[in-house]
Design a protein. Structure first.
Length: 79
């Protein structure tokens, strides 16, 4: 059994705003977020967490992004 990934046409208004942000900032909505969108409250909490991790602290954002890419590569993540 596979868990569905929701398209923008299948989500509520608040979740559609999250999709719009991803589309504007990176050109797509990552599958992880499209799947979590099945539970909109969880998606909003997850987005708030990621924004806090990326925007606070002393480690530069560019280094945080590089670390995420490297960890994904080490784990053979396709994106």
């Amino acid at each position: 059994m596979r868990i569905s990934r929701l398209d923008k046409s299948q989500v509520d208004e608040q979740t559609a705003e999250v999709y719009d942000w991803f589309l504007q900032s990176r050109g797509n909505v990552p599958n992880m977020f499209r799947t979590v969108a099945l539970r909109p409250a969880h998606l909003r909490t997850m987005i708030a967490h990621f924004r806090t991790v990326m925007n606070e602290g002393t480690v530069p954002v560019g280094l945080k992004e590089l670390l995420w890419v490297r960890i994904s590569h080490l784990n053979h993540c396709r994106y």
